[in-house]
Design a binder for this molecule. Sequence first.
Ligand code: 3PG
Length: 524
Amino acid sequence: MLLEKTVLIATEKPFSEDARNAAVKAMEESGLKVRILEGYKSQQELLAAADGVHALIVRSDIIDQKVMDAFPNLELIVRAGAGWDNINHIYAEQKGIVVEPTPGQNSNAVAELAYEMMLMSIRPLNGKKGNELKGKRLGIHGFGNVGQIVARLGVAFGMDVRVYDRFLDERKAKEYGVTVVTSTEDLYKNSDIVSVHIPSNNETNKSISYELLKLMPANGILVNTARAEVINEEGLLKVLKERPQFKYATDIAPTAETKAVMEKEFKDRTIITPKKQGAETDEANYNAAVAAAHQCCDFLNNGIVLYAVNNPLPNGIRAYAVLAQALGRFNKVIGGAPGKIELTCHRDLAKYKEQIGQYVLKGLFEEDLGRELTPTSARESAKERGIEVIYRNPDPRVLHNLSLDITYFDQSGKPYEISGRVDNGELQITRIGEFKQIIPIRPLECVLTEYAEQAGMADRIGNVFTQGGYNKANGGFRQNNQRDKAMVFFQVEPVGTPVKEVKAVVQDILKLPGVLNSYYVNMK
Ligand code: 3PG
């Protein structure tokens, strides 16, 4: 008999009863066992419920390392909501636990709340005269599922809607009839009301600063139904102080100190709901809880991963994801913008080729985009750019170790080969272009130089390196098969204070006669 899998619905802030019952019903009907821990008051209660649980459904509950360590059988965490910043998804990945949100399920509830807050701010029900939304300039900061609904409603209200999103799909924005702006400065400067719809992460936290807010009109309104962390609270308080008409509305409480100041000094111009309320409608609860339930059924019964934001691989295979990402990063530096990628995963890696492919894409795009990508979003980025990933079957006549071969085609179709393996726990590049060069992949910077083979060339390149103030001792050298070209690689290791920046040293190397290419690769 198959092991019966158990799902724990652990919600500090419970779903509505209907939503929870529908979720339980869907899971029980598919053969899963369901346990419920609602309205719990301490993490201890959550830890105590850990035994025998294979999947967790949570809301804004904090799922950190301690919680994950307490759940010995955990395979999946579904966050019934849009963001996943309350879940340590990186630690989950290390433990082999899949993390999935339920994108889009409560977007409408959040968008409607944003309007409720706009209306309460612009036309409070206090017997006094107010203003209308019609004709006002609405700035939408973040054009994801919620931002898009806010845009549609803004147009319906007759507002002049502009949007900013770093990763904006312009085509989509046009369909909505909104103006796209290319900087947050432009957005805040030209909006009477700004509605925030960005996630909380290292890059966005505290990004809504004093400098940005003071660009808004003196009687500007900031509505935040996204995350408290994205606001620089000191900056916001300063603006509220300097601008006696500026207003702030949110359903995610700022820190206790900030909240106290707002309540004391700016009570008439701030709205802070007693609890986080964006997803607090029966409809949103129902949609998110039932979607979470179906995602648990898909995963636990059929191994289907729908919206994973991480990509756990089994123990011996995980290092190859890191390797794939490093190879993707090398490809980007050496081959430029990709047109197509062909990937061969040898031996047992073949089973995980799609996941490994996503890590190659992560390595390719992450640096350019300047943000962390989930494996799934890396795949989406490739799709948006029309980059095709082809999974080749290994040649059965050739015996390979566990290793990866990537052929990377640039925009003009020119191929570039790169291969890698994990040797005794060390991640290595084993081939770059026509060179069978072994380069250990460590969190380091290195300079790779290709040149037309001639006596003393590696030394001359090394000397430029030394003159720049770097140690040339750590590196390697390899000729191609025809022995007419070679590649030398140096690890960037300054001797004392370097005389030159490493990128300037690369420029000097490129000036040497016979050098074909020189690249700086940062693997940190
Ligand atoms: C979301 O990410 O969808 C919202 O933050 C909802 O959170 P909640 O379900 O904890 O209210």
